[in-house]
Design a protein around this ligand. Structure first.
Ligand SMILES: [Zn+2]
Length: 457
């Protein structure tokens, strides 16, 4: 591979025809702890957004006065629905846009959007608690977006929480031995709010649909939430079901049809799954499905779950048999998962490596999240984000020519990280307080140093 940083980079990044605003990007995978090789709950997510995006990762300290948790915050300045979180209780939150058919507005004080997951990260002590908080907030203030599925996990269990514009929502717990994959439509089938161990939601979720004429119990059969509440063009959109098929086919080794009506809420994989499987799914270019995702772009990067505009991929590995500071961590990329290694960030960390926070204080970042979000590269040239972005643009100029060498190097590096994980965790197992924090901070910092060194080879 030629010297990357010496190369003059002139690039017109292909503008994908679809953006997060269209609600047709992002993808999530959620695996219960009996479905995984190491007994972890795994939550994997591709964040897809077009335009200039600056990845920041903040270590937000606990605030005793405000009663807020310590948490890791993956921030994209200016974006209302793109950030990811992992808090000190091992609660992880991400989301996928899921357009609903709701066309009425029902808000108090303009409703909520960005606030939803911030609240979950700041206050939740478990995934279930996060869902309760999200549901209560949506009911109280009204959801401003068309619709969305929040995917929430902790070291014990995973939930999906589908919110609808206005004050309706429904959430379902994923069975421990199953894996769920979520493109950009609702995935909840039947709803049974009487089963409080596995469901939560607005009490009128069915009667409201009847009232609106979206569902007729006499002619439509069982109430299937995803069919009734999804915006029809989203539900039938090939880009959605093709990505869904690719993930389910990978997990089950079956061939799913192109009809989302037939898709289960979650699938049983044909083996226990691990981090590598999550990575494979997030990297999918659709090789295991006949149908192709068609995206208008001027490069040769194949697109499916992995897209030109995947600005970050994250896998949360959440284990309940270790102290949470060590047991809960996230593996993160800076752009597209197909050309990057995933780097570990432990929930017990307290400092991000240099360049990951455009402001020293997380409070300032939160305050300026929307107000200072233009021309990021010009205004914040020292951000580490540009190392990832520039390299990705360089690869896209000749994807087939340049990706392979990068992937080869990453594969080796990733293997080394996996191999080192158990030993590192063993070495810090008895540490507490500042000693542990320091060890975790240094671990991630050192890995990035090594990783960026690889960029220049
Ligand atoms: Zn790719």
């Amino acid at each position: 591979m030629k010297k990357f940083f010496s190369a003059a980079i002139v690039l017109l990044l292909a503008v994908a025809t679809l953006s997060a605003q269209d609600g047709m990007n992002c993808f999530a995978v959620l695996a219960g702890r009996e479905a995984t090789v190491d007994g972890s709950v795994l939550l994997a997510h591709n964040e897809d957004d077009s335009g200039e995006q600056m990845l920041n990762i903040y270590n937000v300290p606990r605030n005793e006065t405000a009663g807020t948790n310590k948490y890791l915050w993956i921030e994209f300045p200016g974006m209302a629905v793109s950030d990811g979180y992992l808090n000190e209780y091992g609660v992880a939150v991400v989301s996928d846009a899921c357009n609903s058919r709701e066309d009425r507005e029902d808000f108090t004080d303009d409703g909520v959007l960005y606030e939803v997951r911030t609240l979950a990260a700041q206050k939740a002590r478990s995934a279930r608690h996060a869902v309760e908080l999200i549901g209560a907030l949506v009911q109280e203030r009204g959801y401003r977006g068309s619709g969305r599925t929040y995917v929430v996990a902790d070291p014990n269990e995973g939930w999906v929480c589908a919110v609808v514009k206005g004050r309706h929502w429904v959430a379902q717990r994923i069975p421990d031995d199953m894996v769920m994959t979520i493109p950009n439509y609702y995935c909840i089938n039947e709803v049974n709010l009487a089963d409080t161990a596995n469901f939560m939601g607005s009490p009128d979720i069915i009667t409201y649909a009847v009232e609106r004429g979206w569902y007729n119990p006499e002619t439509d059969g069982k109430f299937i939430f995803k069919k009734v509440y999804s915006r029809p063009d989203t539900y039938s959109y090939d880009r959605n079901y093709i990505r869904h098929m690719s993930a389910m086919n990978y997990l089950t080794k079956k061939d799913y049809t192109t009809n989302p009506d037939t898709y289960p809420f979650a699938v049983k994989a044909n083996r226990k799954v691990g981090l590598e499987d999550m990575m494979e799914i997030l990297r999918s270019h659709g090789d295991n499905v006949e149908q192709k995702v068609v995206t208008k772009h001027d490069n040769d990067h194949p697109v499916c779950i992995c897209t030109d505009v995947t600005v970050n991929a994250t896998i949360f590995q959440l284990r309940n048999y270790l102290p949470v500071e060590i047991g809960a961590l996230m593996w993160v990329t800076g752009t597209s998962p197909c050309v990057e290694a995933f780097i570990p960030w432990y929930s017990g960390m307290t400092e991000s490596p240099a360049g990951f926070q455009r402001f020293a204080s997380a409070d300032e970042a939160l305050e300026k999240h929307f107000s200072d979000s233009k021309q990021m590269k010009e205004n914040y040239p020292d951000g580490i984000a540009w190392k990832f972005v520039d390299r990705w643009h360089w690869i896209l100029e000749d994807y087939f020519g340049r990706s392979e060498g990068v992937q080869r190097v990453n594969k080796k590096f990733q293997k080394k990280l996996f191999k080192g994980q158990a030993g590192f965790e063993e070495s810090i197992r008895e540490m507490k307080g500042e000693e542990l924090q320091k060890a975790l901070n240094e671990y991630t910092g050192d890995i990035y140093k090594e990783y960026f060194h690889l960029f220049e080879q």
